[in-house]
Design a protein around this ligand. Structure first.
Ligand code: GLA
Length: 695
């Protein structure tokens, strides 16, 4: 049993394998947080039920933090729920209407005492995960006027400590840059107002008291499963109280809940751990593999993607030439990227016209697909269903299908506009052509792109224009779910100009994500470090491309480029027709090495052994008896020999043999002293992969 109830004290306790969460109703029926942290019994949690009053003066807030602060009573922190009724009243006066416990799922049914608003708080725990899922359901239970909803977060969380905040920031080509800094007193908002998750921020956070390390210490973390605009507000008081609330949408949006309507928030999951940031990452990875990704047991294939080889200049002969080289290098799935359809010969035209360009593919896609199959690879195709170029037949026919506002310029970004997937006709159109495309061709894989943010976020004539922000994402999810259900063999790579739409909502519907448009191996080290804080390596696509890198112009040896990409879901993305015979042979050799370590990298436990800017960066993967260690030195300094890399998670009693050299190490020495890096070459861009097997 994982959910416990003390009826007399109106207290609930949720247990996970290594944590617990307790909440209770106060005298006014308002649900309030009691405990989030170490495992407690119901009896123990009951001791915390009546905390010493904190409201020592009339200017303080209430005694403990509401589960969903709703702008009523003496509650002055960031509100999770902001509603407005037709008569101008706002907030919620709570009334408890009962609860249900169904396995690990607790439903607390609450309602407003006066207005026809029902609020159900959902909690779900599982026996094999420390993640506590929370979400909120709002229902208009009356007749008459709609209720205006200004904010409805999934949950508010109240960790007992949290004066340091970890999160990621970034930009296009610079996703997932980890920031770990003192949380300022006041309110800190992490958000995206872009209609998508964003490159700039990602909807997760970790809080600790400033003492946690990669391996030790208490960490409270949370991640939101939503791929549209989002907002997490963290409040720290001068006396080190911390609460945070998060959910879909951004400030200023207003939607209306009509009579009989129910709106369900996305899931905002929390996770507490005592084994530092690394431990929390492991728990998130295990959870995503077990409960989020659609086919977690699979090994991701080695993709070849031709984008950086040909850009928009695609045709059947050129792609077949690349396919042949890709197959001999060991690729298992060939992806034709942008430029295969309509008048899409550059990014100015044709987006939205999803018919094969017959100048480029005179016999349709079939010829390329057959060729790819003949080389022993599966076939994948790039699509960007949510977008349109103004210069397209689709836009000429349906200028009203895009997200727009009356009397406002339709801002283009990358010369494109966003289709309003909130509209059922637009969503149905997209389903129709995608379903036909996948049915008529042997397509095993779609790379699903999304290359700009929302602007002029309106939906004229809908009566409720801000619904767009929610409805677009829900219809996107429904479309992905339906395509997957109807085409069970189909695998999907999520992409948004690189990693602009990576979150637990997307990871439930795609098999991997394109991590960044930046394929420079040096930059990737920090991008991958940030990615793995919450998301598993199993979903982190990483291509080896050309040198100099097309974006950064950096010259990086093939081996270093491979070794960085081999720490994720390895793929190839360079112009192989320009690679020398030696480079192609070296590539084939490294791909073969990756095959040996792929299960460990994709399914193992990842240990980030150093920060991403260490003189020698180390990353370790462990699965069963196998251990794989990557070491990277970008710049050599002073010609000093590298320090040994201390490994983690090994058995100190066991011995480990190096699969390549036969050298033996004792686990205790590898843990305490480290793995000697004498095989790391001298000079810049030096890298090494060490494979160890427990003896
Ligand atoms: C985005 C993707 C790239 C590529 C291009 C095609 O930028 O991230 O990988 O698919 O679009 O236009």
């Amino acid at each position: 049993m994982s959910v416990f109830h003390d009826a007399e004290r109106r207290l609930w306790l949720l247990r996970t394998p290594h944590s617990s969460y307790a909440l209770r109703l106060d005298d006014g029926d308002c649900p309030r947080a009691v405990h989030w942290g170490a495992p407690l019994t119901l009896e123990q949690a009951a001791e915390i039920v009546a905390p010493a009053p904190r409201d020592i003066s009339s200017f303080h807030g209430g005694p403990s933090d509401p589960e969903l602060p709703a702008q009523t009573g003496a509650s002055f922190g960031p509100a999770s729920l902001q509603v407005r009724f037709a008569d101008g009243a706002g907030g919620v006066e709570w009334r408890f209407d009962g609860h249900e416990i169904d396995g690990g799922h607790l439903r607390l049914r609450l309602a407003d005492r006066h207005y026809p608003l029902a609020i159900t708080l959902h909690y779900r725990v599982r026996e094999d995960s420390d993640v506590i899922e929370r979400w909120t359901e709002l229902s208009h239970t009356g007749q008459g006027e709609p209720i205006e909803v200004q904010r409805c977060d999934s949950a508010s969380w109240s960790p007992p400590r949290g004066t340091r905040l970890s999160h990621v920031v970034g930009a296009w080509s610079a996703e997932n840059q980890l920031v770990r800094e003192e949380l300022p007193v006041g309110e800190t908002v992490l958000t995206s107002r872009r209609g998508a998750t964003s490159h700039q921020a990602n909807p997760w956070l970790m809080l600790d008291d400033g003492t946690a390390t990669e391996e030790q210490g208490e960490v409270w973390s949370a991640a939101l499963a939503w791929s549209g605009s989002w907002r997490i507000t963290v409040q720290r008081t001068p006396f080190d109280g911390v609460v945070f609330t998060g959910g879909a949408g951004h400030e200023g949006l207003r939607t209306h809940l009509g009579p009989g309507e129910t709106w369900t928030s996305p899931v905002f999951s929390g996770l507490y751990g005592t084994a530092g940031f690394g431990g929390v990452s492991h728990a998130w990875h295990a959870h995503v593999l077990e409960h989020v990704l659609p086919h977690p047991q699979e090994l991701r294939p080695i993709v070849y993607n031709s984008w950086e080889a040909t850009w928009f200049d695609v045709n059947v002969d050129g792609q077949l030439a690349l396919a042949k080289l890709a197959a001999s290098a060991g690729a298992e799935l060939f992806v034709l990227d942008d430029g295969w359809f309509g008048a899409r010969v550059n990014d100015w035209a044709g987006l939205g016209d999803w018919t094969v360009n017959r100048d480029r593919f005179p016999q349709g896609l079939g010829q390329l697909i057959e060729g790819v199959h003949a080389y022993g690879m599966r076939f994948g195709l790039w699509v960007e269903p949510e977008m349109v170029n103004p210069d397209s037949d689709l836009y000429r026919a349906h200028p009203d299908w895009v997200i727009h506002m009356p009397n406002r310029t339709r801002t283009t970004m990358r010369n494109q506009l966003v289709l309003n997937f909130g509209r059922p006709d637009v969503a149905a159109w997209a389903h129709e052509w995608l379903d036909r495309l996948v049915s008529e061709h042997e397509i095993d894989f779609l790379k699903w792109d999304f290359n700009r943010s929302f602007t002029e976020g309106g939906w004229p004539d809908s009566g409720d224009p801000d619904r767009l922000w929610d409805a677009h994402v829900r219809n996107l999810y429904a479309l992905l779910d339906r395509l997957r259900a109807d085409h069970p063999h189909l695998r999907i790579e999520g992409c948004s100009g690189g990693g602009g739409r990576v979150d637990l909502g997307m990871l439930a519907r795609v098999d991997e994500v394109w991590t960044s448009d930046n394929t420079d191996a040096v930059d990737r080290v920090s991008i991958q470090h940030g990615f793995t804080q919450v998301y598993p390596v199993r979903a982190m696509a990483a291509w080896v491309t050309d040198s100099p890198n097309p974006l950064t112009r950096r010259l990086v040896p093939l081996r270093f480029r491979f070794h960085v990409a081999m720490a994720g879901v390895l793929a190839l993305g360079g112009n192989l027709t320009r690679w020398s015979q030696e480079e192609l042979a070296e590539a084939a050799d490294l791909v073969a090495q990756y095959r040996l370590i792929r299960p460990v990298v994709q399914h193992g436990v990842v240990h980030r052994l150093t920060p991403p800017d260490a003189p020698v960066v180390g990353v370790q993967y462990s699965l069963g008896e196998q251990v794989v260690v990557f070491a990277y030195r970008v710049n050599t300094r002073f010609g000093h020999a590298p320090w040994p890399l201390r490994l983690r998670g090994l058995d100190p009693e066991a011995r480990y043999r190096d699969d390549d050299t036969g050298a033996e190490h004792s686990g205790a020495v590898l843990l305490a002293h480290g793995l000697p890096l004498d095989r790391l070459p001298r000079g810049d861009y030096a890298s090494l992969v060490v494979r160890l097997t427990r003896m």
